[in-house]
Design a protein around this ligand. Structure first.
Ligand SMILES: NC(=O)c1ccc[n+]([C@@H]2O[C@H](COP(=O)([O-])OP(=O)(O)OC[C@H]3O[C@@H](n4cnc5c(N)ncnc54)[C@H](OP(=O)(O)O)[C@@H]3O)[C@@H](O)[C@H]2O)c1
Length: 314
């Protein structure tokens, strides 16, 4: 099969488009014929050898795919050959930048029916992260107010829509170029961080989701109401600041969860969530996608096209 293979850590030039052996599913795994894969900032950290790195060269990166089940392991109960699925491949699995990948069945779910494979591939890691932050960690409820830093990015575009689906009031930050996108996604109070300091116009929120690097976390403690929570996906909050302000805080690493993918598929098919894909790039040109993601100014998601979907599929 064709795949993007990494033989050594380094810049985008270490992403080689070449032949690789087709993986074989174990009893509890499915083999997916990949139609599309998405690119995440963590892929760049792994390529560079950060984030614990990977020592098992050569490896195939990529943690998000959408495709069709080619083969199901003996103990697999939820899928059969021919099912259209999307999956969040774990850190240990990866391998999504390829024509075929294997994953445990509990990292996959049936693909939302109303969107194509490219939009489906954009969902798993980013939307699961947003869900685990807002629902599992923050317990966001209707009529609460959430401030989302980085509302126009991969995680942010899903976080905004998940929060709106839970009938929360949403405040979100992005640059001037992405203010229209924030409004289209339903943000109640969009903030252009290039002209307005959020701490000048925001106070007493129930939840902050911090999805950007830099000083946004350090500036957030004072805008949360007593008893509220900061969930950071880019580094841990400072315990002393949390205590000083009488608030809670946490950071975490997202994990694959098939139930969340199933719930997301329902929200997508009922039009409560629409994945934002700003570019679809051929698999062989993955280096372009990594360069774009490294800018930290991607709008929504960047997706790699791996194969043409069969005519029977959207
Ligand atoms: N802990 C975890 O499990 C986990 C999971 C997923 C992601 N992450 C991390 O979370 C971060 C976000 O991930 P992602 O996939 O959403 O990244 P992304 O798609 O690359 O995010 C890009 C977005 O960030 C916005 N942005 C950049 N600087 C900003 C600022 N100062 N204020 C507000 N918005 C700003 C950009 O908007 P403008 O272009 O308008 O500036 C852009 O739309 C990354 O650092 C990623 O590594 C962690």
């Amino acid at each position: 099969m064709k795949a993007i293979v990494v033989h050594q850590n380094g810049g985008p030039e270490v992403l080689k488009y070449e032949d690789a052996p087709r993986p074989q599913p174990k009893d509890d795994e499915i083999l997916i014929r990949v139609m599309a894969a998405a690119v995440n900032p963590v892929d760049i950290a792994i390529r560079e050898g950060h984030f614990g790195g990977r020592a098992d060269f050569p490896f195939i990166p990529g943690m998000d795919v959408a495709g069709i089940v080619e083969q199901a392991g003996r103990k697999v109960t939820r899928f059969k050959k021919g099912d259209a699925v999307y999956a969040y491949l774990s850190f240990e699995e990866q391998g999504g930048y390829a024509e075929f990948v294997v994953t445990k069945e509990n990292h996959a779910a049936l693909k939302p029916k109303s969107i194509d494979f490219e939009h489906a591939a954009a969902v798993p890691l980013a939307a699961t992260t947003a869900w685990q932050a807002l629902v599992d960690k923050a317990g966001l409820k209707a009529d609460q107010t959430v401030l989302i830093h980085g509302g126009s990015g991969g995680v942010g575009t899903f976080a905004v829509q998940i929060a709106k689906a839970r009938r929360a009031k949403v405040i979100a930050t992005a640059s001037a170029a992405n203010q229209d996108l924030l409004k289209e996604l339903g943000v109640d109070q969009p903030i252009d961080y290039t002209t307005t300091k959020f701490e000048d116009v925001v106070k007493d929120v129930d939840v902050v989701l911090n999805g950007v690097r830099g000083d946004s976390l350090a500036r957030s403690y004072g805008v949360v109401k007593k008893g509220g929570i900061i969930v950071s996906i880019t580094g841990p909050p400072d315990p002393a600041e949390l205590e000083k302000h009488g608030i809670r805080g946490t950071s975490f690493g997202a994990e694959p969860d098939a139930k969340i993918l199933e719930d997301l598929a329902k929200l997508i098919d009922s039009k409560r969530i629409t994945p934002v894909v700003s570019a679809v790039i051929p698999l062989a040109e993955v280096a372009k996608a990594h360069q774009q993601i490294a800018s930290q100014h991607t709008r929504g998601k960047i997706v790699l096209k791996v194969a043409e979907a069969p005519k029977s599929q959207p």
